[in-house]
Design a protein around this ligand. Structure first.
Ligand SMILES: [Zn+2]
Ligand SMILES: [Zn+2]
Length: 333
């Protein structure tokens, strides 16, 4: 099969992904083999490819928003029939035995595997995944529309949940990429007033089109005090700015897996019971809940399509802020 292999992390400007022939994976116990049609491109892929996340497998096939069709079942695999349309997300597996899994926090599992990082992912014609950790794709989404929902959508949704935002509340997004452009649709559906602080007029325009009450530069102060804010940009310097925009008791959620160092700031920015918290992965319940709501709304993703063999270009465009909405690879050969 054709796949994009990362042999060693390097800046994406050096085009480190090699489009190559590699053996088709064989599904093991409890696993499905998926013929991948599309795979979303996530900022985490950029962190894997550039080595901001330490390498865990080499070579590795990145990608953790793969949508396709079940082509074969491993032994003892019963959840799906051949031909079922499914999505493979970031959390490839959790041990289901550690203290976190037993407490319903499998997103914090002590022994997780991650798609496209510790195991091969979806920048590929085929991928395998445990049947217990993949999602059925709601019928009203096309394959390419559903790909960005699998991480950008689900992590954005978990970030919204952790922000504690209520209907009628005021919420800001710092950074307006794939996750925010989906999360704003959920927030608006809940009757939340959304503010978008993001660099570039293109992203600001998209935010306004999707119903933001205000859009400005990432460093600009929103014109109202906020109940909550979510930083999706991997930029630690936004933390003091976002704290400054919060009401007393407001919640700041850090939505990324990696962030540049957070500068020191005056305690007054945090005092009055403001809260900062990170988001790590998601539970399967988050994913199921989000996909149900996404189908109800329904969410529309703005998709920027690239052929699989041009995955390096997709990552370069993501790094250079040229993607408005979500990048998706067409993995059909
Ligand atoms: Zn666990
Ligand atoms: Zn992701």
């Amino acid at each position: 099969m054709k796949a994009c292999l990362l042999r060693a992390p390097a800046p994406v400007e050096k085009n480190p992904l090699e489009f190559a022939d590699t053996p088709k994976p064989v599904p093991k116990n409890g696993e499905v083999l998926v013929h991948v049609n599309f795979c979303g491109v996530c900022r985490t892929d950029l962190h894997v490819v550039e080595g901001e996340l330490p390498p865990r497998k080499s070579p590795v096939i990145p990608g953790h928003q793969a949508v396709g069709v079940v082509e074969a079942l491993g032994p003892d695999t019963h959840r799906f029939s051949v031909g079922a349309r499914i999505g493979i997300p970031w959390l490839h597996s959790a041990d289901q035995t550690c203290e976190y899994c037993r407490a319903g926090m499998e997103n914090l599992c002590d022994h997780p595997t991650f798609t496209g990082y510790t195991v091969d992912g979806g920048y590929s014609e085929y991928a395998v995944a445990p049947e217990a950790f993949v999602y059925s794709i709601p019928e009203n989404f096309s394959d390419e529309q559903s790909a960005p929902l699998l991480c950008a959508g689900i992590i954005g949704f978990r970030s919204l949940r952790l922000s504690g935002i209520k209907p009628g509340g005021r919420l800001a997004f710092y950074g307006f990429g794939a996750a925010a452009h989906v999360a704003i649709q959920v927030a608006r559906h809940w009757g939340v007033e959304v503010y978008a602080a993001t660099r570039g007029s293109k992203h600001q325009k998209l935010a306004l089109q999707l119903g933001a009450a205000w859009a400005g530069e990432a460093s600009a102060e929103p014109p109202a005090k906020l109940d909550a804010a979510i930083i999706f940009a991997p930029a630690g310097e936004l933390v003091p700015a976002a704290l400054k925009s919060l009401k007393k008791g407001g919640v700041l959620v850090l939505g990324g897996i990696h962030m540049s160092p957070i500068p020191s700031f005056d305690y007054n920015l945090l005092y009055q019971e403001r809260v900062i918290r990170s988001v790590a992965n998601n539970t399967r319940q988050d994913g199921e809940d989000f996909l149900r709501i996404a189908a109800e709304i329904p969410i529309h993703s703005q998709v920027n399509m690239f052929p699989l063999k041009e995955a390096n270009r997709a990552l370069n465009d993501l790094k250079s802020d040229l993607i408005n909405g979500a990048a998706v690879l067409d993995c059909r050969q």
